[in-house]
Ligand binder design. Structure first.
Ligand code: PHE
Ligand code: CO
Length: 287
């Protein structure tokens, strides 16, 4: 899927949270095509990250991925992303989650946890609801440098982690985790997954009058970063909860629609109400 490596909501094609994508049957069957080693994980699907497991070629590939993306960020990535990224010093090499966690926890009380890859919906949302962000421990192969089917370390870390340093964003993402567990009970996850997709993965924000990216799927993809901000082709619509939930998304190409926030406070505020009646409306519309 997309070059940007989705993400769940997890990257949906991964399918996202909603999207009725269910990997639980696959995690116990390595032949089923799910990437990553799920054989030694803990009950909550976490695995330790060992920096010594990455070889020189992987370290070098990480740095090339980072440098290519850094060159495109000025004038395109939102200011919160840029300032957190600076303090993370990602050019030096693959970041050690334990070291990042000391800074991250001090900033927003979020914690990174290593995972083998995509997670079942409920596992993923439970982590978010507890302010734990799952980061895939493996890095894409060289032949996937430009395009990767599943979220890898580069997408998860470079794309997602910087935004976790922003308090209101972190509070929103935790609330999303709770909201997604609730949506699952109410049968609303397919709709709520779209909200994640159009914000956490592919969201844009207006900053001092200019359009900037904050979505991880955009910020980890050179192609989509330029496309989302500069192409005349896609629609860019003001963020609206119901409109986003009514808009199906593409998992294997650049998006045809992007939603634009005025602020992260707007995102947090607009998603705070009880979504139960919204799911009822969407269900009625679906017939
Ligand atoms: N407030 C929503 C509900 O009650 C949950 C939610 C939180 C949805 C944050 C999206 C983001 O269902
Ligand atoms: Co992602």
């Amino acid at each position: 899927m997309k070059n940007s490596a989705l993400s769940s909501p997890q990257d949906a094609a991964l399918a996202g949270p909603g999207a009725s994508f269910d990997i639980s049957g696959k995690t116990h069957n390595p032949q089923a095509g799910l990437r990553g080693n799920y054989s030694r994980m803990a009950a909550d699907y976490t695995v330790p990250q060992h920096l010594t497991d990455y070889d020189g070629a992987q370290q070098a590939r990480w740095t090339r991925l980072v440098q290519r993306q850094l060159a495109l960020l000025p004038g395109r990535a939102c200011r919160e992303f840029c300032s957190a990224l600076e303090s993370l010093d990602v050019q030096r090499g693959i970041p050690e989650f334990a070291a990042v966690n000391r800074e991250l926890f001090a900033a927003t009380r979020w914690t990174l946890v290593g995972v083998p890859g995509l997670l079942p919906d409920d596992v993923f949302f439970t982590h978010l609801a507890n302010r734990r962000f799952p980061v895939t421990v493996w890095l894409r192969e060289e032949h996937e440098f430009d395009y990767i089917v599943e979220p890898d370390l580069f997408h998860d870390f470079f794309g997602h982690v910087p935004m976790l340093f922003t308090p209101v964003y972190g509070d929103h993402l935790q609330a999303y985790g709770h909201g997604a567990l609730k949506a699952k009970r109410l049968g609303g996850l397919d709709w709520l997954a779209r909200l994640y997709w159009y914000t956490i993965e592919f969201g844009l924000i207006r900053e001092a009058g200019s359009l900037r990216a904050f979505g991880a799927g955009i910020l980890s993809s050179p192609k989509e970063l330029m496309y989302a901000l500069e192409s005349a082709t896609p629609q860019r619509r003001p963020f609206d909860v119901m409109t986003a939930m009514r808009t199906p998304f593409l998992i294997d190409d650049v998006q045809s629609t992007y939603f634009v926030l005025d602020s992260f406070e707007q995102l947090h505020h607009d998603t705070a109400p009880d979504f139960t009646p919204l799911y009822a409306t969407l269900r009625d519309e679906a017939g």
